[in-house]
Design a protein around this ligand. Sequence first.
Ligand code: SF4
Length: 497
Amino acid sequence: MYIGGKKIDIIIQTEPEQIFHGVHELVRMAFPQFNIKMGGEDAECPNRIFLQGRVEEKALCLYGSIQVDGKRTEDRQNCPLTEETAASGSKRWLARAFAYRLLCRHCGSGLNDYGLLTGVRPVKLVHRMLDRGLGQAQIMRELQQKYLITASRARLLMEVAYNNRSYLEESAAHHLVSIYIGIPLCPSRCFYCSFPGAVLKSYPEQVEPYVRALGQEMDDIGKVLKELGLGVQTIYIGGGTPTVLADKDINTLFELLHEKYISSVTREITLEAGRPDTLSSRRMELFKKVGISRLCINPQTMNDVTLKRIGRQHTSRDVGAAVEWARQAGIDRINMDLIVGLPGEDQEDYNSTIAQALELKPENITLHTLAAKKGSDLARIEGLSWQKDDPIKAGLASMQAKLRDEGYQPYYLYRQKYMRTDAENTGYSLPGCFCRFNIQMIEERQTIIGIGGGAATKLIDSRGKITSLYNPTDPDSYCTAIPALVRRKVDNLRALN
Ligand code: SF4
């Protein structure tokens, strides 16, 4: 809403603040066109939300009022507190549910298929319920009644959790970690991407010092893994676009991996060859020779007009050629990332993209919903808008149905901020071809050590507590920071084991 060319804020006031923690995200879904501010005074602002929660005589007394767009909605509710709901975490869910229902009443519709869940990893919740020994029916009930998730999304979350649970148990039984290696360089910047790595301009100036620094970090971390007796279960080389590395640097990287990381417990080595314009038949033979077992060739769409529009320097035909070269070289696990919601695309494009992707018979297809990441050209031009019942959702549903018809199963799922609609990103796989690294990365039950620019390390202790450490993304900052960040990682790893 604009008055005199100025975007109007909604001011949210909460009492006490902590009980309504996270309510900002729900308000953003209800009113995507507004700037939202938590707290503060602005007598001019006509749009206000007030939420209050007080504990009185074994009940949580909630009050809320919404004054937005010239319309007022208010409500109050007393929630009896049992032994279970008196915990501060449970009070927060009650308060959130109250705010959510009030927002739905004001807007005259449901806000979001994921109900109160605004986080990135909703399947973790199902795993926690399974840990508590809950059965299928109880989990479905809790997802819908406590978290207000729709039945279809609750079923999807359950299906993913049931599909990937044995992989979590398998890795928990050993002293195993996974490794992520980041190569934060790309041949050009895609329209929708906010990744703060560098665009490759000069190989000698940007890549060579980077590869030296990466080698140093790999060497130091490798020694600590040996000292602590940790085995590497999976390795994922991501970016950016790791395949911008020249053959000699791929060889150097893999010499170190074979020397210090790869062993008889290593089950999977993935290389993100995201941009088909960095691939050739000869390079595929190199990838196979050095030991890559899974390759990501990511078209995003098979529509050549869209590819050009979003700044990719390849065509759908290049994707087909890359898959053929990979097969000829003997790489038997291929993933293809597709994005639903790219600018200018409609149902016809989605139908054509999924049909062409399926013709190439990849073992994995990951369906992404477009997210307007802050800092991307897309967000700058189109804003961070969010729409309910967007055609994107219909497109996503039709592609999901097609994948299921062809025997693919959903096995990992995550959400992102600023998605264009209330959907998710889901990894689909043919049976028996699940990517272990993706499961571990999303469910956060195994330590993942991130090495290289932009890599995140997640250290998981025996009680499931997570310590996160981040490497700088910009290659120059990474090279300078190496000694300090290796020290910090090593200290944390030793403390954990
Ligand atoms: S290839 Fe990936 S990381 Fe690089 S600019 Fe495109 S979307 Fe971003």
